[in-house]
Every structure is written in C-alpha cells, then in structure tokens.
Design a protein around this ligand. Sequence first.
Ligand code: SAM
Length: 206
Amino acid sequence: MSEDHYFSAQPASADERRTISVSLAGRELELETAGGVFSPGHVDLGTQVLLRTVPEPRGRVLDLGCGWGPLALTAALRAPDAVVTAVDVNQRALDLLRRNVARVGARHPLAPIEAVAADEVDPHARYDTIWSNPPIRVGKDALHALLRTWLPRLAPGGEAYLVIQKNLGADSLAKWLSAQAPDAGWGAVEKIASAKGFRVLRVDAA
Ligand SMILES: C[S@@+](CC[C@H](N)C(=O)[O-])C[C@H]1O[C@@H](n2cnc3c(N)ncnc32)[C@H](O)[C@@H]1O
C-alpha cells in the first residue's frame, strides 16, 4: 500500500491488522496498526523529532491528523491530567487509535483520548496544546485550509507544534504561516528545531 492514500476516509487496501512494538513516553508498548494508514510499521521519523522537541503537553490537547495515534498516546501518557482530542479523516486510523487507547489504558495511567472525525468536533472547542505531523501530501491548498481551520482554535496562551520535512516545504510553510498572522487567527511562528531533515515550528495563539 502506498502512503499516497493514507488520507482516504476509507482506505482501499485490505484491512489487515498487526501489532508492532514501539516505545512512547518511555513505555514499551504493543500497538495495533494496519495498511492504509500513515507509517504503519513504526513511529515516523518526523513524529519522533517532534516528540523529542516539544515541552510537556498541558490542558486540552489536540492531535491534528492522528493516524494510529503515536502523538495522542504520548500526550496522554505524559500528561494523565490532560484531555486529548485526536482527529483524522481516515476512519481506519481512528478505529486503530481507539483500540490502542484501550490497550495502553489497560496497563498505564492515561488521559482520556477522544478519537474522532473533524466534523464530530465542537467548532467552539479550544486547545492549550496542538501537536501535528500534518498531511503535507494532501497538497498546499488543502493543508492551508486545514491549518486555517484548527490553528485559530488555540486557547489564549496556547501553543501548536508542527513537524514538517525540510524538502517537503517546511520553510515555505513557515513563511506562509508568518505572513497570515495575526489576521488568520494565530500569533508568532518560530522554527524551534531542525533535525534529521525535519523542522519543528511553534505557532503561538493569536
Ligand atoms: C503525516 S500523517 C501523521 C499521522 C500521525 N500523527 C503520526 O505521527 O504517525 C497525517 C495524518 O493527517 C490525516 N489527515 C489528512 N487530511 C486530514 C484532514 N483534513 N483532517 C484531519 N486529518 C487529516 C491523514 O489521514 C494522516 O493520518
């Protein structure tokens, strides 16, 4: 299965489930993945770079484009007092994350994670922390629309952290984000890390 379709609502590839061993928030975990979702065999390198860079999540946390859940699960393990919302268009990814929440929650203290499609989220909900390895491959217009929808939902004082591959346009996205602020509903944009071909951007609330 090519990654080109990881952002389908209903992936065409066979839904063959498997378990993988991963380390998240210092815990060794057995998690469920499947073809037709992003990076089904391991925690993506960009996701790893993001997780090594971000400060502790707090409050209401949004994982934008959650896939099978490495960011949402890490946030919920690191901050059991948080409340995590994880959104994706891919229904298979959402199902995997719900199953992974049950697996991890059976063994570890875990903040509640709601794994839902974007249109199931209350548009008035606000977030203190947004973590995202955003879907660059959906194309620039769709990516910009996604960020225009969710970044203005940062609560006052909130922060979003985005990881983007340098050769997939991290610097031009940073420029676009800066140029849109503050009218688009967010504040300062800063490159806070660069590692292994990825950049991590921090976007402040408006
Ligand atoms: C690069 S993957 C990251 C997945 C996961 N967070 C990780 O780190 O492995 C981006 C995710 O965004 C999802 N996505 C694409 N378009 C979306 C949209 N409009 N709203 C929410 N999620 C979307 C894709 O289905 C995919 O799971």
